[in-house]
Write a protein that binds this ligand. Structure first.
Ligand code: GLU
Length: 469
């Protein structure tokens, strides 16, 4: 049975790259009818952020990535928090010490800095040959120490990554990683191996930054007599050609996009396409469709660039599919943030806005004209399609003033257009610009009048006429 896992470190909001790793591990497991496991990797106390664990649970739950076993749901291996498993890592570290695949190292920070200053690119195995009695004596005396992996100096280590193919490194290029730190906690480099094995993970899916350290992990698997998992390393998601998307540099997290008014389905859908594409190149996919179509050969060997415009577009597709009521519920908090909409019928307004909204926060821009009407660019009257310009506007607008008293404004504008030999679109264009100062507004003429009231519409037209002179 396939068992994959997502192993985030609780260091803050779940960023887009992390969520994608989780998604692919989830899809891979579900496609194979296997299990998807969550593991919280909290052994780096310096980077630990309070509340981050809750964010991980919440985000995975919201995004629909249900895990089968995890710290909060239990499972075969029970609740799982690395910082509580110190003894387990110690036990395996001892096994590696006994077999000579690891050794105790007392080197001080100063010594390590010095050897690097002297040109060393990696640790020089200085403590490897300390006599056992000396090691025991110094430990007993309370001297701080770490446990290092003893990587062979000769030979090569090879493994096959399911995306990148064969990866071979010369063992002499590998560093003797620290496995257990002086605080007694394991490093990621050690804990990931122990835990992946103990959790029965047989397909490891993670970022490409681990591609080159995986041979070291494989040496640990071998030293412990364990079977290697399969590996799938994922290329990064880039902000642009040069820079990785990174939460440290302020790139948006899942929660930031939710706050901006993206729908979770659209975010998950878009993220899925950052590094994978289905055979038919379909772009709009539900989670179930992704499970059905997910395959290794669709995973990209090159980095993908995050394109927010594309995600906006996709989000707009999801918004179009919402029922009016569902859209209203989702748009409501964004409409309520606009003070000038107090007293408005927000349900009615939402109905007008739905077709023009790509991201929920757009509703503020789309309704801004209700509040603001100052000095817009009069060249907005120029429209090639409708063949209108400032002159057309100057000629037409005085005639439109009395029409605002008509019961059915739309019909009145239509009759006016027919009588004067204008196209309906020409009249509506001039009306819209004069009333709102904006080319994109919700609803037609009747709705605009309803939102603003006839008196404000007239005042705006008069103001525009003054400026057109
Ligand atoms: N805790 C590691 C990280 O957040 C996990 C890497 C892995 O999946 O093995 O980068």
């Amino acid at each position: 049975m396939v068992r994959t896992r997502f192993a985030p470190s609780p260091t803050g909001y779940l960023h887009i790259g992390g969520l994608r790793t989780a998604l692919y591990a989830y899809l891979y497991a579900r496609k194979a009818g296997g299990k998807f496991i969550l593991r919280i990797e909290d052994t780096d106390l310096e980077r630990y952020v309070d509340g981050a664990v809750e964010i991980i649970y919440r985000t995975l739950k919201e995004a629909g990535l249900s895990y089968d076993e995890g710290p909060d749901v239990g499972g075969d291996y029970g609740p799982y928090v690395q910082s509580e498993r110190k003894e387990i890592y110690r036990k395996y570290a001892q096994q590696l010490l006994d077999s000579g695949d690891a050794y105790v190292c007392f080197c001080s920070k100063e010594r390590l800095e010095q050897i690097h200053k002297d040109g060393a690119t990696k640790y020089d195995k200085h403590c490897l040959h300390l006599p056992r009695e000396e090691v025991e004596r110094r430990i007993a005396a309370g001297e701080p120490y770490v446990i290092r992996q003893n990587v062979p100096l000769t030979g090569k280590t090879t493994y096959t990554d399911l995306v990148f193919g064969d990866i071979t490194v010369d063992n002499k290029d590998l560093e003797d990683n620290i496995l257990i730190k002086s605080d007694g906690l394991p490093t990621y480099n050690f804990a990931n191996v122990i835990d992946d094995h103990l959790m029965g993970i047989n397909v490891v899916i993670r970022g490409v930054e681990y591609l080159s350290s995986t041979p070291k992990y494989n040496l640990l698997y071998r030293a412990l007599g364990w079977e290697l998992p399969q590996y799938i390393h994922l290329q990064p998601i880039m902000r642009d050609a040069q820079h990785k998307l990174s939460k440290r540099h302020g790139d948006a997290s899942y929660e930031d996009f939710i706050k901006k008014g993206y729908l979770k389905e659209a975010i998950v859908n878009y993220i899925a396409l950052l590094g994978w594409s289905p055979k038919d190149n379909r772009e709009k996919l539900s989670l179930d469709e992704m499970i059905e179509l997910f395959s290794l050969d669709g995973i990209s060997k090159s980095a993908s660039i995050f394109d927010e415009a594309k995600m906006r577009w996709l989000n707009g597709q999801y918004i179009k599919e919402l029922s009016d009521e569902a859209f209203y519920e989702k748009a409501k908090p964004f409409l309520e943030k606009c003070d000038y909409l107090k007293g408005f019928d927000l349900r009615y307004l939402a109905g007008l806005l739905k077709g023009r909204t790509e991201v929920l926060s757009d509703v503020a821009d789309l309704t801004a004209f209700i509040d603001k009407f100052d000095g817009f660019d009069l060249d907005l009257f120029c429209n090639q399609k409708w063949k209108t310009d400032r002159n057309t506007a100057s000629a037409m607008l005085p005639d439109l003033l009395p029409l605002l008293d008509a019961d059915d404004l739309h019909a009145a504008l239509e009759t006016y257009a027919a009588e004067r030999g204008y196209k309906k679109g020409q009249v509506l264009w001039v009306f819209r610009i004069a009333i709102t100062g904006s080319a994109v507004t919700p609803g037609g003429a009747t709705e605009m009048k309803e939102l603003l009231g006839a008196a404000r519409c007239k005042a705006r037209i008069e103001e525009v006429l003054k400026r057109l002179k």
